[in-house]
Design a protein around this ligand. Structure first.
Ligand code: ZN
Length: 254
């Protein structure tokens, strides 16, 4: 099966709190699971995490996984930034990752599915080959599928969906089962913070400020997320390899 399991490295809960706890406590275990299954994946890095994630990213890259860009700061306004601001975030991230890995960074994923009318142009100018910021989810209001995705040069690597609704996050697969629909190859995603226990969440968050979203995250952890990941990473490869093997072509832009 053509599939890539992708991991988004960012501060906890998409930088809602500036904590690097999950990166420090979960990264190695995720890597071990890939290794055990002899699988490869693509890791999208928000480079504001580099002070804590640097050593893991080197390790990930050296083990043959793909490193890609998840922007510099993981802010939730990548759809409303000016062109200069957006260029700064994406360019900074690409340069930092290329310095760190010594490899060309060809893939990008925008934070929170927020594409802008400038995203295509900036990615093309910076020499990116693909963008994995889109989804075929039918929840148009929340996930804005294929927003501003009009490039003739970029390859759009859409995140798969569960029953055409939810994007295929490992936490949702854990909750609703592994019945993906829509375009192949399957592109699945997870974050290090998805794997934290409720006890760890309570330690990180001010108990009074725990939002329903965070509780949902916890609910989605019914059963062991690590076991789910172990099943899901079987036969996973990097997006770069899917492209090399011509699973994607520019003619069949997804
Ligand atoms: Zn993210």
């Amino acid at each position: 099966m053509d599939k890539s399991v992708t991991i988004d490295f960012e501060f906890d809960w998409g930088s809602r709190i500036k904590s690097d706890y999950a990166i420090r406590h979960v990264s190695e275990k995720i890597l071990q699971i890939f290794k055990k299954q002899n699988a490869k994946g693509t890791f999208f890095i928000s480079t504001e995490t580099l002070p804590s994630s640097k050593e893991y990213i080197k390790m990930i890259s050296d083990e043959g996984h793909e490193i890609a860009s998840h922007g510099h700061r993981h802010t939730l306004d990548y759809d409303t930034k000016s062109k200069e601001e957006l260029l700064f975030e994406i360019k900074t991230s690409k340069e930092l990752l290329e310095d760190l890995t010594g490899k060309q960074i060809i893939g990008f994923r925008t934070p929170a599915f927020k594409r802008s009318k400038y995203t295509d142009e900036i990615l093309e100018d910076l020499g990116f080959i693909y963008d994995s910021s889109t989804t075929r989810s039918s929840l148009r209001h929340r996930y804005k599928p294929m927003q501003y995705a009009n490039s003739k040069k970029l390859i759009y690597v859409s995140i798969s969906t569960i029953r055409d609704k939810l994007p295929s996050g490992v936490k949702w697969i854990n909750l609703f089962g592994y019945k993906l629909t829509g375009d192949k190859p399957y592109i699945i995603y997870a974050h290090p913070f998805d794997f934290l226990s409720m006890r760890e969440i309570l330690k990180l968050y001010d108990r009074d400020k725990i939002s329903p979203t965070v509780l949902l995250f916890y609910l989605a952890r019914v059963g062991s997320l690590y076991n789910t990941l172990e099943k899901i990473v079987q036969n996973s490869t990097t997006i770069e390899d899917l492209i090399k093997n011509e699973v994607y072509t520019r003619e069949n832009l997804s």
